[in-house]
Design a protein around this ligand. Structure first.
Ligand code: HEC
Length: 209
């Protein structure tokens, strides 16, 4: 006679070996990598909402005296799953990474909500940061979608490039604000030297727009 514990152990072993052969029912949404039109515009990665979620910023402002706004804003950041996985292994982004910043208006009162804020259904802004080493001289480029399905590249003289280059914690991206990634970058030693200096000299001084 097998003891109760042995029986349970056997059941667990059988269950685990079975589980190892069964594929997860839903595989993460794959992305084909950045796709462009014949005139070099980026096609909107339409399934970005099925990608990996990195963060939500609330009313983030990069100047000490932000412009007065009549409403609050959320921004959500997503990355394609393949690149997220690579980041967890290496602490940096592989070629063909796409990060999406989606801006939504903060709503106050609505349905049963009496205090605090929730995100409105309308997308107020959508920007994509793409790493395509063969295509862009600086390896990365920005694209701003204005309710459209394709977008022209933001010219390299724009402030987007300087701020991301100077202040982004990893490879021109703002990993210091992506809570699941910062500790990985620290442990892999991939933090940008500019970011490390900034943090050594001052603790979180606001940066100029
Ligand atoms: C003064 C600094 C600054 C400037 C200028 C700036 N950004 Fe950013 N950007 C940030 C910060 C900070 C975040 C992190 C947002 C968060 O944590 O929610 C960010 C995040 C992003 C992301 C998410 C992926 C990433 O790279 O981390 C995109 C896409 C993006 N910005 C696009 C743009 C575009 C396009 C412009 C120019 C039109 C721009 N940014 C200008 C500071 C800046």
């Amino acid at each position: 006679m097998l003891s109760k514990v042995t029986k349970l152990t056997l059941i667990a072993v059988v269950a685990l070996s079975f589980a190892a052969f069964v594929k997860p029912a839903s595989v993460p949404a794959d992305s084909p990598g950045p796709e462009y039109t014949s005139d070099g515009q980026l096609k909107l990665p339409e399934n970005y909402r099925q990608w990996v979620y990195l963060t939500t910023g609330f009313d983030m402002s990069y100047s000490a005296n932000p412009m007065a706004m009549d409403h609050h804003m959320f921004d959500n950041v997503f990355v394609n799953p393949e690149s997220y996985k690579a980041f967890t292994e290496t602490g940096t982004w592989p070629d063909k990474t796409m990060l999406v910043l989606e801006v939504r208006k903060a709503e106050g009162k609505g349905s049963i909500n009496q205090a605090g804020n929730f995100q409105g259904s309308e997308v107020m802004g959508l920007e994509v940061h793409v790493k395509d080493e063969a295509k862009f001289a600086g390896k990365w480029a920005f694209f701003g979608f204005d309710g459209t399905k394709t977008a022209k590249m933001t010219p390299t003289g724009a402030s987007c490039y300087t701020c991301h280059q100077e202040h982004g914690a990893v490879d021109t991206t703002f990993v210091q604000f992506y809570p699941t990634l910062l500790s990985i970058a620290k442990s892999k030693g991939t933090l940008a030297s500019g970011y490390e200096k900034e943090n050594a000299s001052s603790s979180q001084k606001p940066v100029e727009r």
